[in-house]
Ligand binder design. Structure first.
Ligand code: SAH
Length: 496
């Protein structure tokens, strides 16, 4: 039996958090994804690497892959026995031609399912602070397309729309704004009728304009509004002045570069997004465990980890050898940074010592000061190959015996250079992220850009490289985001 099937999936307006659980499940298990330009990059990033991607992208009035061909592709791929996800912006049935695509599937007896999505007509309005209905202002809502069939002029009954006295949501209408505004005015609608325009709704680059019917065409043109955008005509639009929560998020319109290794970056990226910012994932390093390792634990009194990558590498090896955290019995264990301590805790080890700031040098100095280490004790550092000199220099200065034992190495990742105009802030969670980023760009390119760093040593390196640097209060990604919020609000109040 052919196991091939097509799942018609609504991807929502763009924010990946607005995907349904069913949509996410379908995307994650897709073998083929047929998509168009309304599907946001964030959502495209969720598609498994092995899946075959087919772009049938279309712009209004310009269909690179004809509709009939799209339907044929779906049939062909499913008949090959593949699980095909047909991903569509918003809801697949609302001006999404979902119905047309299903017809050929039915004709060819191809199995299919349909997963509804949040339509942009409501979702983008919501993110623009516009509730599409409100009992004080209207009793109906209408979705209207500005496109006639096959690119012809639409034939909208403006008189009827005016009489309905509901909220009117025009989609695919940016190019038809003159026709729409004049049509409503000629039908006798109040020239002061509030209107809202939401461009790229729910995405980090969302723009919103509140206007009136008589100024609508002027505002759409002067603000250079582009598709995808909604034009919302109705008294509810003026509620946006009070209800627009999205554009008030603290990191709105801020593009923030995340240089951390891919495997770790999601936490920082999510915290940035929750604060309204746009995380730009640009991992400049990756960590690779060193094998084989055989650290001389028994010979030392204090065991120090300086990063979660070190903890991970060490414990993976330990477990592979059939051992566990009892190797640390009677040892003092130190961790630089709360994330490192947390990684240790996941293996059942509670750090005896965590320094007040996130760097190895401070760890050594504070351990000396608190009497945790002294000349009679020896320290085993389990850390990166080519770890920072400052840590071992501090040990030498204190006359403490040590062994610097590498358990992982950092590899740099090459990238296309950045467009600096697109980036407002850079985040550095370690010195190697600074070095890694510098390697990807031409000399001097990043000078003066604002960088938020974890740890003093990271900050010093970034400052020496010419960044305008800031340091998070504590060594956590949440603290980076708190610092970003603080700085962004200072910037915006200065701008007033
Ligand atoms: N099926 C889709 C609509 C497809 S028609 C849905 O349910 O949303 C394409 C139109 O949808 C665009 O021209 C625009 O008017 C609207 N649209 C889609 N995504 C949008 C977004 N993120 N912000 C504003 N409008 C959007």
């Amino acid at each position: 039996m052919n196991r091939g099937e097509v799942i018609l999936v609504g991807a929502g307006p763009g924010d990946k958090e607005l995907l349904t659980l069913a949509a996410l499940k379908a995307i994650e298990s897709a073998e083929v994804v047929v998509y168009d330009r309304l599907v946001s990059k964030e959502i495209m990033d969720l598609i498994p690497k092995e899946a075959k991607l087919i772009n049938v992208g279309k712009n209004v009035g310009d269909h690179p892959v004809p509709q009939e061909r799209i339907s044929e592709i779906l049939v062909e791929e499913a008949k090959e026995g593949r699980k095909v996800v047909r991903l569509k912006g918003g809801d697949p049935f609302l001006f999404g031609r979902g119905g047309e695509e299903l017809e050929l599937l039915v004709e060819n007896s191809v199995k299919f399912r349909v997963i509804p999505g949040i339509t942009s007509s409501i979702g983008a309005a919501t993110y623009g602070g516009i509730p599409v209905t409100h009992r004080d202002y209207c009793s109906s809502v209408h979705m209207i397309t500005g496109q006639g069939k096959r690119g012809t002029q639409p034939n909208i009954n403006f008189g009827a729309l005016k009489e309905l006295d509901g909220t009117l949501i025009f989609m695919m209408s940016v190019g038809k704004i003159q026709y729409i505004a004049n049509g409503l005015l000629d039908a006798g609608m109040d020239p002061n009728m509030p209107c809202g325009i939401v461009e790229n709704g729910t995405r980090s680059n969302q723009r919103k304009v509140i206007s009136t019917l008589e100024n609508l065409e002027r505002d759409v043109k002067s603000k250079d509004i582009k598709s995808p955008a909604l034009i919302i005509v109705g008294r509810v639009a003026k509620l946006s002045n009070d209800f627009d929560w999205f554009s008030k998020l603290p990191l709105k319109n801020q593009n923030i570069l995340v240089t951390q290794p891919q495997a770790k970056a999601s936490k920082l990226a999510e915290a940035i997004k929750e604060a309204g910012g746009n995380p730009v994932l640009y991992p400049v390093i990756k960590t690779e465990p060193i094998r084989p390792i055989n650290p001389p634990i028994r010979e030392h009194d204090v065991i120090a980890f300086t990063s979660s990558a070190g903890v991970q590498s060490f414990f993976d090896d330990l477990m592979e050898k059939g051992m566990d955290s009892r190797v640390f019995a009677n040892k003092i264990v130190a961790a630089v940074g709360s994330q490192t301590a947390k990684a240790m805790a996941s293996y059942g080890i509670v750090a005896d010592f965590v320094p007040s700031t996130f760097d190895g040098e401070t760890m050594v100095k504070e351990m000396v000061k608190n009497g945790v280490i002294s000349e009679s004790k020896s320290v085993l550092l389990l850390r990166a190959e080519m770890g920072s000199r400052e840590t071992v220099e501090a040990l030498e200065e204190a006359g403490v015996k040590y062994c610097d034992y590498p358990v992982y190495r950092t590899e740099y990742i090459s990238h296309e250079p950045l467009e600096s105009d697109d980036i407002d802030w850079i985040t550095f969670t370690s010195k190697s992220c600074v070095t890694g980023l510098l390697k990807t760009q031409s000399e001097g390119f990043l000078k003066g850009m604002k960088a938020i760093c974890i740890g003093r040593q990271t900050e010093e390196l970034a400052k020496d490289a010419g960044f305008e640097t800031y340091i998070s209060d504590v060594a956590t990604v949440n603290s980076i985001v708190d610092k970003l919020k603080e700085l962004a609000s200072e910037n915006s109040s200065e701008g007033k």
